[in-house]
Design a protein around this ligand. Sequence first.
Ligand code: GLU
Length: 431
Amino acid sequence: MATSTAYKYKEPAPKVDRENPLESMMSRFNVAADILGLDDATYNVLKAADKQVIVHIPVTMDSGEVRVFEGYRVVHNTVLGPSKGGIRYDKNVHLDEVKALAAWMTWKCAVVDLPYGGAKGGIICDPTTMSAGEIERLTRAYTLAMKDVFGPDRDIPAPDMGTGPREMAWLMDEFSKTVGATTPAVVTGKPLVMGGSLGRTEATGRGVMVSALAAMRKLNMKPEESSAAVQGFGNVGSWAAKLLCEQGVKIKAISDVSGAYWNENGINIDEAIAYKNAHKGRLDGFQGAVLMEHAEDLLTLPVDVLVPAAVEDVITEHNAHDIKAKLIVEGANGPTSASADPIINEKGIMVVPDILANSGGVTVSYFEWVQNRQGFKWTEEMVTERADRIMSDAFEKVYATSQKYNVPMRIAAYVVAIDKVAQTYKFRGSF
Ligand code: GLU
């Protein structure tokens, strides 16, 4: 630990090409490890994943053809507890991405002080072109292949991009059959009737709203006088937009795969959600706003708050200069590449980083797991009140750390997380 609290902040090294999410994560990790004076042994343990499992899953498609899918589960670290993290179904899933996402889960759980390590899973597939039956067979076969990895005390999956309660239900059922006992606590994000938690669906978006409001207070911004653009209108983006709107923030732009939609007077988010639900989950043809010519221009619109809630690496060294928002709240995992960090910091934009801003989801996942183990159901008020408190406390802790070391919020979040993990290693004396 540094003797003086005034640490001289060094920007992570900028990179030229499209960034690898693992390298993006590591460059921030390195800065935080430097600040903490992390010893070599702990550094080396944390920079590599504990376990990486790669499986090839044969699935009979509806046509009768057998296709073989590649699937991953990466367990980054379990020193704080069983590993936790979602499963992603997407055609662009890549092992390096899954490794970065698994490490982000370790930091995320540590920032909000949950007794969990970090993991992530993924299958290279395009669920938008698959039937429900094909997705079910794929999910069950993946679960079977991972039966020795998953477990309520070992590794607990959850939804991520391309998966939701339906897939979690199949996973729970398949795992339960292999162990011969109904085991709800093996997975979170389940449907309510089978042990899901009240408040889990909106939890990530709600955490984005709570941390955005906390940041706005620090910046003396009034929600009812502020505007926002939200990239991504899936579970996280749509709930974040809705809840920010309820706090008086004018949502001037939203987007999804069909494009970006702009309305200077503010978009009626309930209407946009109803439209999306009635149109196969997409905003194509939404009339409550104008379709923008270039969807990526949403990121550089003249708004006060920017919420990237879609995929990785959308804020880069190429567009960071043009960002006009005063505050960025990262609903997605890894939306800002490391090369954009110095530009954003130079411009004085506050960033509530992903591992803090989107941790509301895993927080309520934790509550779901606790309820499953208790065999007891909490009320929605209990869930939201406790989740909001965890989010506000984590925000204040990260903010205080950023002041103490004079570093951006992103580096401060890594410092808080790595410090907790490193201290635990010291007490456990595992190596
Ligand atoms: N996939 C979500 C995330 O990236 C949730 C993980 C969980 O609930 O375990 O945070």
